[in-house]
Design a protein around this ligand. Structure first.
Ligand SMILES: [Zn+2]
Length: 78
């Protein structure tokens, strides 16, 4: 994973504001999109579920979430 490529989280439009689509555009027409759910603690890359540690996509979503609401419950970044 190249650190120079930024992941951007977009709120998916759900009411509790806990689902995000996290995107990274490598180049035009080649965009990666992953679905992050901050309630279930899941990401479509499966790393969060498997390791129990938020993956880069989850962290991007958590950052975005914190910009909108101050309390995101039990989710912690270590
Ligand atoms: Zn992920």
């Amino acid at each position: 994973m190249r650190p120079s490529t930024k992941w951007l989280a977009e709120w998916a439009g759900d009411t509790p504001r806990m689902r995000f689509q996290v995107k990274r555009g490598i180049r035009i027409g080649e965009e990666e999109t992953l679905d992050v759910n901050l309630i279930k603690h899941t990401c479509s890359c499966n790393k969060w579920q498997l390791t129990g540690m938020p993956c880069v996509h989850a962290i991007a979503a958590i950052r975005q979430c914190r910009g909108q609401v101050s309390n995101i419950g039990a989710t912690q970044i270590t």
